[in-house]
Ligand binder design. Structure first.
Ligand SMILES: *Cc1c(COP(=O)(O)O)cnc(C)c1O
Length: 354
C-alpha cells in the first residue's frame, strides 16, 4: 500500500510523474534507449532542458523579463557560496530565519562582509523578523522564503532597491507571488520539483558582471548561461523528472491553482493543531508555513501511542528535525488533501483515546 508521505525532503512526487519517469528509464519516448543512456547534447535531451527552462519561467510568470534559467549541481548548499562568488563585491545583507540562512551567511562571509539585518535565532527561529529595512548600500539582500526545519514562511517581501536573492528550496512553485521582485531565485529540486541532483537557478542576467574577482568556471553563472547549463554533463534524470513535475503542475492550473490547494491543506492541518488540546504549534501563527507544519505533543506520555497510530494509518515522515523535535508535516505540492485528512484524523482519534 502506498503510504501518506510527509517527508521533508527528498519528498513526495506525483504518482503519474513517477510512472512516466520509470518508463523513461526503460524506453525514452519510444526511442529504444533509456533517458539516462543518451548524450546530454542529443536533440531529445536538449529538447527536455529547453522545455524545462521555458515551463519554469512560464509557471513563475517571468517570461520575456530578462531572466535565465539554469539547472546546476551541488544542491542549494552550493548556491550559498555561488551567489556570493558572483555577486558579493564588498557587503551583502541577510535576513537570518533559520539553519539554511545561517549556512548561507557562513559561506558569504568567505567573500566579503555580511550585514545580518535581523535574526530570530534568539527564539530558535520560531518566527520571521519584520522590523528591518533593506539598505541601499549592499551588493544584494538574501533571504530564505520558507524555513523547512522550523516551519515558518515569509508572507510579505519588503521593497528593495538592491538585488534580492531568495532561497526558495522548499516552497518554489507552491504559492502565488510576484516573482519579478526577485533577481535570483534558487532551489534544490528535491523538495517541490523533482529528485535530488539538480538545482534550479532563475537569474536576472543584468545583475551579473559586477564583481572584480576571477570566478572558476563551475562557479560562474555567466559561463553557465552561455553554455546553456551544459558546460559539463548536467544531472539529466533530475532535470527530466523536474520537467515532468512542472508539466503536471501546469496541467493542474499552474501556480494559482496549487496556491489554493496548498492553502486548503494548511487550513485543515493547522485547525487540528489549534483545536486539539493534545497538540501545540511551534511557529508563530502569522508566520506559519503552508509547506512544513511543525508541532509538538502537549503530553509526551502519548508519544508511543501517537506514533504507533501514525504507523498503522500509513503516515510516513512526520518526525521533526533534530533541532526542533516534535513533529513536522511537510505538505509539498504533490501531497494530497486526502493524506492531510488521514493525519488529522489520527490526531483527533488520539484525543478521543487520551
Ligand atoms: C533543503 C534545503 C537546503 C539544502 O539543499 P541541498 O540541495 O541539500 O543543498 C537549502 N535551503 C533550504 C530552504 C532547504 O529546505
Amino acid at each position: 500500500m502506498k503510504k501518506h508521505n510527509f517527508s521533508a525532503g527528498p519528498c513526495i512526487l506525483p504518482q503519474e510523474v513517477l510512472l512516466q519517469a520509470s518508463e523513461s528509464i526503460m524506453d525514452f519516448n519510444q526511442s529504444g534507449l533509456s533517458l539516462i543512456e543518451i548524450s546530454h547534447r542529443s536533440k531529445p535531451f536538449v529538447d527536455v532542458i529547453d522545455e524545462a527552462k521555458d515551463i519554469a519561467l512560464d509557471l513563475l510568470n517571468l517570461k520575456n523579463k530578462g531572466y535565465q534559467v539554469l539547472f546546476l549541481q551541488g544542491g542549494a548548499s552550493t548556491q550559498f557560496l555561488m551567489t556570493a562568488y558572483n555577486l558579493l563585491e564588498t557587503k551583502a545583507s541577510f535576513l537570518n530565519t533559520g539553519s539554511w540562512s545561517d549556512k548561507a551567511i557562513k559561506e558569504a562571509k568567505l567573500f566579503g562582509s555580511v550585514n545580518e539585518l535581523a535574526s530570530s535565532k534568539d527564539s530558535n527561529f520560531n518566527y520571521i523578523p519584520k522590523d528591518y529595512t533593506i539598505p541601499s548600500d549592499s551588493d544584494y539582500f538574501h533571504c530564505t522564503s520558507n524555513n523547512t526545519i522550523f516551519g515558518t514562511q515569509i508572507k510579505d517581501f519588503k521593497e528593495s532597491s538592491i538585488p534580492v536573492i531568495c532561497d526558495m528550496s522548499s516552497d518554489i512553485f507552491s504559492r502565488d507571488l510576484d516573482f519579478s521582485k526577485f533577481d535570483l531565485i534558487y532551489a534544490g529540486a528535491q523538495k517541490n520539483m523533482g529528485p535530488a541532483g539538480a538545482t534550479i537557478v532563475i537569474i536576472k542576467e543584468e545583475i551579473l558582471g559586477k564583481v572584480t574577482r576571477n570566478i572558476p568556471s563551475m562557479m560562474n553563472y555567466k559561463l553557465m548561461i552561455d553554455k546553456s547549463s551544459m558546460f559539463n554533463t548536467p544531472p539529466v534524470f533530475s532535470i527530466y523528472v523536474s520537467l515532468l513535475t512542472m508539466r503536471w503542475l501546469k496541467n493542474l492550473g499552474g501556480i494559482k491553482a496549487i496556491d489554493e490547494i496548498n492553502k486548503t491543506k494548511a487550513i485543515v492541518m493547522y485547525s487540528e493543531i489549534d483545536l486539539n488540546p493534545l497538540f501545540k504549534g511551534y511557529a508563530a501563527i502569522e508566520d506559519r508555513s503552508t509547506m512544513n507544519a511543525t508541532f509538538n505533543l502537549t503530553n509526551n506520555d502519548l508519544k508511543d501511542t501517537f506514533e504507533s497510530m501514525l504507523k498503522e494509518a500509513g503516515v510516513n515522515g512526520v518526525n521533526g528535525h533534530r533541532s526542533v523535535g516534535g513533529y513536522r508535516a511537510s505538505m509539498y505540492n504533490a501531497l494530497s488533501l486526502d493524506s492531510v485528512k488521514v493525519l488529522v484524523e489520527v490526531m483527533s482519534e488520539l484525543e478521543t483515546k487520551a
